[in-house]
Design a protein around this ligand. Sequence first.
Ligand code: NAP
Length: 248
Amino acid sequence: MKLIGKVALVTGASRGIGKAIAEALGKQGAKVVINYTQNVDAAEKVSETIRASGGEAIALKADISDAAAVEGMFATIEEKYGGTDILVNNAGIWRGGKITEVGPSDWNAVLDTNIKGMFLCTQSALKAMLQRGAGKIINISSVIGLIGFPGDTIYGTSKAGIIGFTKSLAKELARHRINVNAVAPGIIATDMNSALDEKIRTRLENSIPLGYLGNPEHIAEVVCFLACGADYVTGQVWTVDGGFTMVS
Ligand code: NAP
C-alpha cells in the first residue's frame, strides 16, 4: 500500500490498459479517478471494483480532446480530492490505413486525443503538482512510436510525439521533483486489437520472442512501479513488449 493519501487520475480507464492501471493503483491505496468518454457503465464498474476492495474511486466523463471538458474534470477533482498527485495519460485511439487512404479527419481524431488530450490533462494536473513540488506523470506511448508499422503513420506519429513530449517535460520539471516517464506497450490483448484476424494474430505472436500477446496487467505493473516510487527515474521510455522490439 504505497499510495495511501495520493490521488491518481487515469485517462481512458473504463477498459483495457487504463482499467488495469486504475485497479493496480487502487490496490496500492490511491484514490483513483476513472476517466472515460462514452462507456459510463464500464467506468462505474471499475470504480465499484476498487471500492469493493476497500479503496476509493470515482468515474468522471470527459473527452480529453475538449479543453472545457478537461477543465471541468479537474475542477471536480480539485473540489473532491484537492488535486492530482499521479497522472496517467493513457486514453488513446487508433486509426490505421495506407498513407494514400487515410484523411485529415483520421489525422485530427488521433492527434486530438493522443496528443492534445495528453497536453491538456498534463497542464491541468500540474497546477497542484507544482504547488506541492511533487508528482508523477506517466504517458502511454507504444512500440509503434519507436519502430513504426505499415499503415500506422498517423498513430505512430502520435505515439512518437508522446515520447518527445515526455523527454522535454521531464527536463523542464525535474527541478520541481516531478517525474515524467513514458511506457511503450507492445501488442496487448484489448478492444483496440479485437479486430485482428486469426492469421495476423498468429503471425504477430510468432514475432514476439516471449510468444504471446501481452495483457493489460503487464503494463499496469510497470506503471505502478513508476507511480509508487522510482524517484530517481525520469525522462525514460519503458518498453513492455515481450521482446518484440529487441534486436536479435
Ligand atoms: P482501448 O481498450 O480501446 O480503451 C481506450 C480507452 O480510452 C477507453 O477507456 C476509452 O473510453 C478511452 N478514450 C478514448 N478516447 C477518449 C477521449 N477522447 N477521452 C477520454 N477517454 C477516451 O485501448 P487500450 O488498448 O487499452 O489502449 C490504452 C492506451 O495504450 C492507448 O493510448 C493506446 O494507444 C496504448 N497502447 C495500446 C496497445 C495495445 O496493443 N492495445 C499497444 C500500445 C499502446 P470509453 O470506454 O468511454 O470509450
